[in-house]
Design a protein around this ligand. Sequence first.
Ligand code: SF4
Length: 338
Amino acid sequence: MTQPLLEVRDLKKSFTVKTDLFGRPTAQVKALDAVSFTLNAGETLGLVGESGCGKSTTGRAVLRLIEPDSGSVRFEGKEVTSLSPAEMRPLRREMQLVFQDPYSSLNPRMTIRQILEETYIVHGVGTRDERRDRIESVLDRVGIRPDQMDRFPHEFSGGQRQRIGIARALMLNPKFIVADEPVSALDVSIQAQVLNLLTDIQDEFGIAFLFIGHDLAVVEHISHRIGVMYLGRMVELASDTDLYATPLHPYTQVLLEAIPSMDPNVKPARASLRGEVPSPLSPPSGCHFHTRCPHKKPICEQLAPPLAEAAPGHMVACHLYSTATASPVIEETSTERA
Ligand code: SF4
């Protein structure tokens, strides 16, 4: 079996939100509660869930932009979490990040050329002329005219700035990019262009993406597989076709029902999601979703269901699927984009 490019196991991260007079933590949020998944070379895994579910924290913890408390992140078989800063440096070339807000991630006092060249200078790449040639080539690839490289970020539109953000991520020929809500800040008309650019880049360079989003239609468009997160846990993980055709977890089912229909007479099914969103400071016991779940059983309040395979390639964390007989028939896994 081929080794995945990225293998994440039981990743945990808590943030202290309150301390006592002596600085000791008195309240903590479990942002990640044993998150596990794999990502293959050239594949896109979409991560979805409501705000605060831990999807952005997952992306940053995988890149070690924040330090996970425990768990394992293996990139090309190498354990990332135990590397020193010096050992991480060569790996940073391979693992890049595209931010949600391209404007705040680009230094307004630097030209585009300076911003992009900084990446090469930090990593000691090429001569001045080689760096210039490479910057021109990457800008051209993302649809920015190279003669615009001496302009400042404010001279570009939102869509162009995100293209520049993507160019910056591509400068060092990465194998893996975390794209953290890369189109959320863009007009709908521009979103499709940027998504198509990411898809073209993946086809051309074989880059794997961890694509974080909250718009299920956008995530479906670009992902081969999709993970659904709820209050710091992965609750469902499946191919895009399986997830949308046969969602198993009650939370996923509600999320998909809530996608607005193109038909103005069809109302979104928000009403089927019961109760308030629990506070991440004191998440419900057992299955975190039990306070809102229409299928709750007594065991759900006591025991957190493990993420287990309910059908080939289709993982779900729900007691409804804890026996083989409860597993519904799932279509064959596909890696084709919708
Ligand atoms: Fe609902 Fe129980 Fe499944 Fe949680 S484990 S989603 S409460 S049925």
